[in-house]
Design a protein around this ligand. Structure first.
Ligand code: SF4
Length: 392
């Protein structure tokens, strides 16, 4: 691929670290990436390589069928794999909303809990997956941001959220069509595992999703945005802006991961130059904080000339328990406690905000909150359960 004039190079510069997965095309290597424990078991049994593809296909295509019932595999292999388990996650809890949105609280083998959300739209369904246990970014309006950070998820733990959702989709007659990396965590801080999961989800003999059906969200990490563009140019980028000035953004996204807007937008432009994928901008509207006509005009100026859709998102109030004890540390957190006073913007305000963007030739979509009654927003269910309280 040739770099466009003035854009980023297709390969990393000398000295630049590149946390992308190596070129992996064979099922055996993909399986190793996904579940090294399974590969070790196959190697120990001296199993021929073509079985690797069968194991991988079984995992990805039959998420609800344990190895013991995998009739495509020989009996001794089924027994060996059954001991290792069919999924890296188990469902600790789930809740179903009236609109069919289903939130799964998934427990990892080491006892952490992460969320994934299954969202049906007509006959299709989108899955929102987590990429980390908690999140180190700490946005003050986000329930996950108040939970603290525990660890990155592995590629298998990301893919297995989709497998759990695929079972729900099959039961309700929906086709799993899209995956969005917008759950708990900042995906670009766990890019190797995210890229590995993308390879697995787009493996044609597995789930077989199109790259264009995947969207990776970020709070705006310029280096990660460029690496994603180089590694997966067909995958969509969703940029969580939430503010159009640095001053306001630093209030909402405190800490070192809040990069200057000029650098973030330069990376977003580089992303488009390489990928030609329309940028998605996520903007959570908070009454009296970032929803004024002036805020809308600032956003329009920031996005001027870009190929972009702005998703205007309703805010879901945070659990008060989380605000009183952010991250389960017992320490006060003035920025997060200030979020107690946040409120979702009224409909009329949202409409005015959208209209200002549209008059500036920027596509703006007012999103409704799916599954609000089951606390489907990122981190809410885990926060409600106090999942993080026991671990310091
Ligand atoms: S909004 Fe995203 S980046 Fe910010 S704390 Fe929540 S999960 Fe992390």
């Amino acid at each position: 691929m040739t770099a466009l004039p003035g854009s980023l190079p297709a390969r990393p510069q000398a000295g630049e670290s590149e946390p992308v997965t190596p070129a992996l095309s064979t099922p055996g290597l993909l399986l190793k990436l996904y579940r090294p424990d399974l590969v070790r078991a196959l190697e120990a049994l001296d199993i021929p390589p073509y079985r690797y593809a069968q194991v991988l296909e079984h995992l990805l295509r039959h998420p609800d069928t344990p190895f013991s019932e995998a009739t495509s595999l020989p009996t001794e292999l089924r027994a060996a794999l059954a001991d290792l388990g069919h999924n890296t996650l188990e469902t600790a809890a789930h809740a179903v909303a009236a609109d069919g949105t289903t939130k799964f609280l998934c427990r990892t083998r080491d006892g952490h809990e992460v969320e994934c959300v299954f969202m049906p739209y007509g006959r299709r369904a989108t899955v929102c997956v987590s990429s980390q246990v908690g999140c180190p970014v700490g946005c003050v309006f986000c329930a996950t941001g108040g939970l603290g950070f525990r660890r990155d998820l592995s590629a298998a733990e990301i893919v297995d959220q989709v497998r759990l959702a695929a079972v729900a989709a099959a039961r309700t007659g929906h086709r799993l069509s899209n995956v969005v990396y917008m759950g708990m965590g900042e995906p670009l801080l766990n890019l190797p595992a995210v890229l590995a999961s993308i390879r697995l989800l787009t493996y044609p003999r597995g789930v077989g999703l199109s790259h264009r059906a995947l969207s990776v969200s970020t709070i705006g990490l310029p280096a990660g945005i460029r690496r994603l563009a180089r590694a997966e140019p067909q995958v969509n980028l969703a940029l969580s802006l939430h503010a159009a000035t640095d001053e306001l953004r630093r209030r909402l996204v405190p800490g070192r991961y809040c990069q200057p807007l000029a650098a973030v937008m330069a990376a977003a432009r580089d992303h488009f130059a390489l990928t030609h994928r329309k940028l998605l901008v996520e903007y959570v509207l908070l009454e009296g904080i970032n929803d004024s006509p002036e805020d809308a005009r600032n956003l329009a100026r920031l996005l001027k000339g870009m190929v972009v859709t702005v998703n205007l998102l309703p805010w879901n109030p945070l659990p008060r328990s989380l605000l009183r004890d952010p991250g389960g540390t017992g320490r006060p957190d003035s920025a997060r406690t200030a979020a107690l006073r946040f409120a979702p913007s009224p409909l009329a305000t949202v409409q005015t905000f959208a209209e200002i963007l549209r008059r500036a030739d920027i596509e703006a979509v007012m999103r409704r909150s799916k599954g609000a009654e089951i606390r489907a927003a990122c981190g809410q269910l885990a926060a409600d359960r106090g999942s993080y309280r026991a671990r310091g």
